[in-house]
Design a binder for this molecule. Structure first.
Ligand code: BES
Ligand code: MN
Ligand code: ZN
Length: 500
């Protein structure tokens, strides 16, 4: 896919389709206003109308794209509408499309060039690596879409071209990183067992110039990461700990640790899950995938921070060697865990991953991201990521970043009463709250908190509801959403204290 910024007259653009955004006031350029009226186009949010280009335009079609009420429109409106327009152009077998940027006066729209490019590129994402080409069956051929080959963003004034090119480059980096993350999470579990997944991450991270270290099960034994090892011990494929590093520790420069849950398949272990929907548990490494994608983006964008990404990769399987309910294991930081449910495995791998990060990289900020509890979608559905934090400022920073990229986070209370709910009678902590179903998302976070240093500013993101969508949307294919990539990049940038 080519992505270009083009300076020049709109009418001279010779793409298959010219996308023209419009608010409900239909304040449009000459020639197009009349056309919109004839077509009874209203400019409603999400409305798309394809018409043949009027004379005087070099493009073949005009794609009218509604943004709704001007005062209400924000960046996400543009992101989604650009996505719809791109999908529509592709399904109409167009191969090139040019966007005229929406007017931002009187709106809440920010950085329209970046937003349009990201919206379009992300909407065109497809996971079809495993679909063979059809063999001449007409109905199958109909289903195969031609790919869009070129997206252009039109720049009416030459003076703006440079900053728009920067925006487009940034959008490309972000959308490539997002694609990497979504591909990993959509990948089938038989082809991404921990050692293979570790190599996939290594390959892409090295290309971006990140430092990569991969620890095998022997190294983990040596480091006494027994909680993580216990989760992986039922699988015929051994666990891996992947550590990515970008930048260096320096005075005045904060160290940010990102820790992502990487269960390559979560069967539940001996506390086996019901079979309905179990296939979705291939996405139980979405946290690790988001950390990898975000770090690749941050390195490519050259954000001035010291960032460490820690990804514990394990497969949670039942077998003769699997851990049992009632087992007790000692985590890397010396705390003992009573395993009451082997399906509460995410918090166990996070326990050792967080302890590893704390021990080796004294972080100023630590953010963990995990598909941790079904309870979070009982609470928020697919529309918010559950957030817990021990620091007011960091909590606010996460919420602000989430709003900016429309990966919204909602905070849950982190009170001492909840911390008491994971205390065990026979060990230091137990891996489920007093009863299953009791404040599940909060108690899971409280469990993880036990493995942190007291002074670390910590935020915990539960993405079990937001990382996977079961239905297609007009601007997003179902399956892995890649949630966290854009959020963590935005957050990291804000933590540098400068808008890079
Ligand atoms: N990976 C699951 C959480 C999950 C559920 C993610 C649905 C995505 C969609 C996690 O390991 C899990 O099994 N959690 C249990 C915890 C319980 C045993 C305390 C849950 O939420 O049921
Ligand atoms: Mn589980
Ligand atoms: Zn899990």
């Amino acid at each position: 896919m080519k992505l270009d910024v083009k300076v020049g007259e709109v009418r001279a653009n010779a793409s298959d389709a010219l996308v023209v955004f419009s608010f409900e006031d239909l304040d449009l350029m000459q020639g197009i206003a009349k056309l919109a009226k004839e077509e009874r186009f209203k400019g409603k949010k999400g409305e798309i109308n394809i018409v043949r280009a009027p004379s005087g335009f070099k493009c073949k079609h005009i794609l009218l794209a509604g943004l709704g009420k001007r005062e209400k429109a924000d960046s996400y409106t543009v992101y989604g509408t650009a996505g719809r327009a791109a999908q529509c152009a592709r399904s109409e077998e167009m191969t090139s499309v040019a966007f005229m940027l929406p007017e931002t006066a009187g709106t809440k729209i920010e950085r329209p060039a970046k937003t349009v490019c990201e919206g379009a590129l992300n909407a065109l994402y497809k996971f079809d690596e495993f679909k063979s080409k059809s063999r001449g069956r007409a109905e199958d051929e109909d289903e195969e879409e031609k790919e869009l080959a070129r997206i252009e963003v039109l720049c009416p004034f030459a003076d703006d071209a440079e900053s728009m090119k920067k925006d487009a480059d940034e959008a490309r980096i972000l959308s490539e990183s997002l694609k990497f993350t979504r591909d990993l999470a959509n990948y089938p579990s038989n082809l991404k067992r921990p050692p293979e997944l570790a190599e996939k991450i290594r390959r892409e991270a090295s290309k971006a110039g990140l430092g990569v270290r991969i620890f095998d099960e022997k190294a983990m034994k040596h480091m006494e990461m027994n909680a993580m090892l216990a989760v992986g011990v039922g699988s015929t494929s051994p666990p891996r700990l992947v550590v990515l590093e970008y930048g260096r520790k320096a005075a005045g420069k904060p160290t940010l640790c990102l820790v992502g849950k990487g269960i390559t398949f979560d069967s539940g272990g001996i506390s086996l899950k019901p079979s309905k929907g179990m296939d979705e548990m291939k996405g139980d490494m979405a946290g690790a995938a988001a950390v990898a994608g975000a770090m690749i983006a941050l390195a490519r964008l050259k954000v001035p921070l010291h960032i460490v990404g820690v990804m514990p990769l394990c497969e949670n399987m039942p077998s003769g060697s699997a851990q049992r309910p009632g087992d007790i294991v000692k985590a890397m930081n010396g705390k003992t865990i009573e395993v009451l449910n082997t399906d509460a495995e995410g918090r166990m791998v996070l326990a050792d991953a967080v302890a590893y990060a704390e021990k080796n990289y004294k972080s100023d900020y630590l953010v963990d991201i995990a598909t941790l509890t079904g309870a979070v979608s009982v609470c928020f559905g697919e529309h918010a990521t559950g957030l817990l934090s021990n620091d007011d400022k960091l909590r606010e920073a996460v919420i602000t970043a989430g709003q900016a990229v429309h990966e919204r986070c909602w905070a849950l209370p982190f009170w001492d009463e909840y911390k008491d709910m994971v205390k065990s009678k026979v060990a230091d902590v137990k891996n489920i709250g007093s009863e299953v179903g009791d404040a599940g998302t909060i108690t899971a976070a409280c469990f993880v908190w036990n493995f942190l240093n007291e002074k670390t500013k910590w935020a915990h993101l539960d993405i079990a509801g937001t990382s996977w969508m079961t239905r297609d949307k007009p601007f997003r294919q179902s399956g892995a959403t890649g949630v966290g990539v854009r959020l963590l990049v935005e957050l990291a940038r804000n933590l540098t204290g400068e808008d890079v």
